[in-house]
Design a binder for this molecule. Sequence first.
Ligand SMILES: Nc1ncnc2c1ncn2[C@@H]1O[C@H](COP(=O)(O)OP(=O)(O)OP(=O)(O)O)[C@@H](O)[C@H]1O
Length: 348
Amino acid sequence: MPPDASPEPPGGPAPAPDAPTGPGTAGAAVAQRPHGIEVTGLRRAFGTVKALDGADLVARAGAVTALVGPNGSGKTTLLLVLAGLLVPDSGHVRIAGHDPVTDNAGARARTGWMPDAFGTWDSLTAREVLATFASAYRVDRATAAARVDELLATVHLSEYADQPAAVLSRGQKQRLGLARALVHDPQVLLLDEPASGLDPRSRVDLRILLRRLADEGRTVLVSSHVLSELDEMADDAVFLSRGRTVVGMSEAQVASGRRTWHVRSLSLTALTSWLESTGTTYRPDGAGRVTDAGDPAPAGGVLVDVEGEAGAAALLRDAVAAGVPVVSSAPAAGALEQAYLALEEERR
Ligand SMILES: Nc1ncnc2c1ncn2[C@@H]1O[C@H](COP(=O)(O)OP(=O)(O)OP(=O)(O)O)[C@@H](O)[C@H]1O
């Protein structure tokens, strides 16, 4: 049996979650909900390798938080500890107010975990896989049957409901893994590289679903190497490096940092002359966008570093006021990617 496919959480079956969504109960449940994820000073070593070396993290309820870091920085180890599947050496963890070490069942009842590769029992049908997990989480039969059908539809697997999981493609298994993570209506979602193996349509669906789950008041923590994807879905970001949190940022902080913008003009000469006259440094965009080698005023673009979105707005305003025929001005890369690269640069 794959390690992540255990139907029964370690420490015994989880009690039913305390976040009912039925009519008349949701408001009270939301009001009582403890908030998000809190991690302080988390350490976990494998022999001499310090996978987590004093990591701190806060992920808010009602928001999608991106967990970002290079290979081997400890993201999966952190998610395994949060999911109650790995005991830390030291540190403090709260999942919706519950400690996964001292109250493993309580924490896991409130946590939906999607590993980077979802191992299923290949002889069970997709419906049976979800029903088995629902039963392990003590979801009552009638509720479970309805929720399984609803989740299969949500992840576009209804037509495979009665097919053995063995026939599912990698991307379809990922989607089944996402449904599995949601089967007990958890308050906190932990997703390790959820988009890997998904086709473009499924990635868009995933983004919309995660936004909806956060809007419902859940805490969503998602790791991915595809920063452009995280950019589009995350409200906050936590950067991990060598087992430590290097920085936690809100969306507003990420947007206000120094970033490279790509500015394109109908006349490259007019643009570069104006930038030089204002003392603004720029770099060629490397795109070879000159439209006509013989054109005395070819169109083209440059890269300019500016302070946040306010700096970009000021640059555009001043260029247009000076008569530069600007046709576009946009970030050269996503905010998370630029923040990540800047941090990497600092660490060298
Ligand atoms: N079970 C294990 N036994 C020994 N070392 C481990 C184990 N799990 C993780 N490590 C080590 O701990 C460090 C952190 O690994 P982890 O998988 O948490 O990183 P990651 O940020 O998820 O990496 P990636 O982005 O490549 O998935 C790495 O040096 C890794 O080799």
